[in-house]
Write a protein that binds this ligand. Sequence first.
Ligand code: FUC
Length: 768
Amino acid sequence: MKKLLTITTILLIVSCTDRIEKPVLKLWYDRPAETWNEALPLGNGRLGAMVFGGVTQDRIQFNEETLWTGTPNDYAHEGAVNYLGNIRQFLSEGKQEEAHDLAMQEFMSIPLTQKEYQPFGDLLLYFAEHEDYSEYHRELDISAAVCRISYVVNEVHYTREIIASHPDQVLVMHLSADKKGALNFALKLDSEHEESTLENLDGKQILHVSVKDGALRGTAGIRVETDGELSSDGDKIRIGGARSATLYLSAATNFVSYNDVSGDPLSRMEAYLEGAQGKTYSEIKKTHVRDYQNLFNRFSLDLGSNGRDSLPTNMRLLKFAESAEDPSLIALYTQYGRYLMISASRKGTQASNLQGIWNKDLKPAWGSKYTTNINAEMNYWPAEVTNLSECHEPLFKLVEECAETGVRVAKEHYGAEGWVLHHNTDLWRGTAPINHSNHGMWVSGSGWLSHHLWEHYLFTRDLEFLRERAYPLMKGASTFYSQYLVEDPATGWLISTPSNSPENGGMVAGPTMDHQIIRSLFKATIEAAALLDTDAEFAGLLKDQVSRIAPNQVGQYGQLQEWLEDVDDPENKHRHVSHLWGMHPGRDINWESSPELMEAARQSLLFRGDEGTGWSLAWKINFWARLLDGDHAYELIKLQFRLVSTENTNYMGGGGSYPNLFDAHPPFQIDGNFGAPAGIVEMLIQSHQSTIDLLPALPLALPNGKIAGVCARGGFELSFNWKDGILNEVEVYSKAGETCPLRNGENSIEFKTEQGKRYKLDGELNLH
Ligand code: FUC
C-alpha cells in the first residue's frame, strides 16, 4: 500500500512538472507531407523553402523574393484627374453605378491589374529502395529554425537537416546515415517556368528561369559536398556510398530595385555559393542559429502545457476543436508567427507579401502581392510588440518606395501634392487604383502604412528614425489627404471621396474607415512636427482640418456606422470590419476617452459575427482583446485553429489553419499567422491608451503564464507572470527613460525610470 502511494505521488509530481514544463517549440509530424499545406517553411528573408520530407522522393520547393512577373511601371493613368470632379458629383447624387463606370473608363491604373510573385523551382531528391521505412519523424524546430527528417530503413538510421541561413544567404541540407556507405541518392533542380534550362556540371547544377510575362530572370545553383562518390546521371547528380552529404543551394535574380532590373543573376548567385564554400555544415548552422536566436530569444511565452505537445501538430489542431485546452499550442502559434516573421522579413529584404515568401503557384491567389486594405499591414502587427522591431524594416522600405511612385499618382489622379497608395502594391510599387473601381478606389493605403512608421517611433522612441525617415513620409501622406479631402455640402464635414469601405458596398463618399485613418495620421503628424520642432504652419493647417473631418457616428441599431449615412445592415456578415479601425489598430476609439464608441464598436462586431476568413478571424481576436473580452477573443482563437483541408477560396467563413499551421484564408494567406499572435499578445498587454495594461483581457482558459521580453509603447520591455488569473511579478526594462504608467485591474502605479535600468514590482504593482 505504502509503495502504491509512493508511486502515485511520483506520478502526481511528474504530471505537475509536466504542467509547468517549458512549451515545446516544435511543429512535428509522424508522416511525410502529402500536400503543400503540410510541408514546413524555412526562410532567410530572401530565400524561402517548403520542405516535404518525402522518403523515396523528397521535394524542397524554393523561392527567391524578387522573382515577379512584369516590368518597371508606375501604373499611373495620365489625366485621370480630369474626371475626379465628375466621379465625386455622381457619388454626391447617389449615382454609384455611373461613378463606377466612369472610373473604370478614365481613372483606374494602366494596366488595370498589378503583377504576381512567382515560385522559383524545386530541389528533388530520389532515394531508391527506401520504400520500406519505419520510425519516421519530421519536425520544424522554431527555437533554432531547423527542419529535421529522420527514419530507419534496413536498420540504418537516416537523417536530413535543412536550414535557411541569413548570414550565409544559402539553403543548406545535411544528409547522413549512421552506417558507412549507406547513403545513396540522386538529386536535381526543377522548375515549372516554361522558360527554364538546367546545366548539370560536376557536383553542381545551375537552373536558369525567366518569368513568362516580364523582365525578371533568376538563376539558382546547387553544390554538393560528400564523403561518397559524386557522378552525373542525365539531368541528375548521383551521390553514392556516402555516410553524409551537404547540399548548398542559392538563387538570385536581375532585380535591383522597383525601377532597375540590371542585375546579373548568375554572378550574384555564384557569389552566395562561393561565400558558403569551404564552410562545413556545422559552421554554417552555428552561425545561422546564433543569428536567428539573436532575434527569436528576445521574447518568450509560456502558458503551461497539458501534455498535448506529444501529439503531432495536425492532431493537436483536431483535438483543439474537441476541447480547447492546449495552452502550449497557443504559445507555439504565437512563436510560430515570430518564426515566420524572422524567416520572411529581414533588413534589406522585400516586405512579406500575401504568402510571405512561400508562394507555390505561377498564378497565385491575388497575385501573392501586397493588399494594403488590411493584409500587408497585418503582416507586421506583431513586429514591435513581440520584440522584432528590426523585422519591421522591409515594410518601411516599401513605404519609402511607394512614397516615390505615389507622387505621380497623387498628381495625375487627384491633382494633389504628397503621395498616395490605394489598396494594392507589388514589386514595382504600383500605387494607382487597380482591378475594379468598386473596391480599387480606396485612398487610405498610404495613411495606414504611415501608421506603422509612427507606431515604430512610439515603441522605440527613436527620434532619429522619426526625423530622418518617418516624418517626411507622414508629412507627404498628410499633404495628399489635406488637399484631397472635400467639404460635404450636407454636413459641412471634411470627407474622403471617392473611396470605399474596403470591399464592402462599392464606391462611396465618406467611408468611416478613411476618416479614422486620416484623422489618426494628421494627429500623429502634428505630434511629430511638435516633437521635431518643425513645420508649425503645416501642423496648424492639419489641426484645423482634424476638427472638421467627419466624426465617428452611432447609428440606429447602436452600431458604429460604417458609412456617412446610417445604412448599415445588421445582417451583413462581411469579412472586412473596416469601420472598427479606430479601435484597432487605431486607438482613437478606446475605453478611456470614448466608451460610448467602444459600445457601438462592440455592437457592430456582434452584428458581423465571429466567422470569417483567416485574417478576419485574426483581426477579431484583436478587436475583442481591445474590448477587454478575453473569453470572446478565445472563441476566435478556436476558429483560427480550425483544421482546414481545402484550398478553395472562401470569402465568408471557413478560415482556420492548415496542418503546417499556415493560416487558411482559404487558400493559404500568411496575414492570419501574424494577426492572431498580435491578438494573443494584445490579450496579455496593451499600451495604446495612457497606461500600460497588464492582463487586460485574460481569458479564463489561460489562468497561468509567463511572458518575457514583450514591448510596450514608451520604450519599455516587460516580463511578468500570473497564477490563477492573478498577476504575480513584473519586471520593466526602460529603453528610453520615460515615466512608466502600469495598471492591472484596480492596481496602478506611475514611476520615473532611467534609461537602461530594470525595475521589479510585485503582483500589486508595488516597486521593490
Ligand atoms: C482582400 C480581402 C480578401 C483577400 C485579398 C488578398 O481583397 O478582401 O479576402 O484577403 O485581400
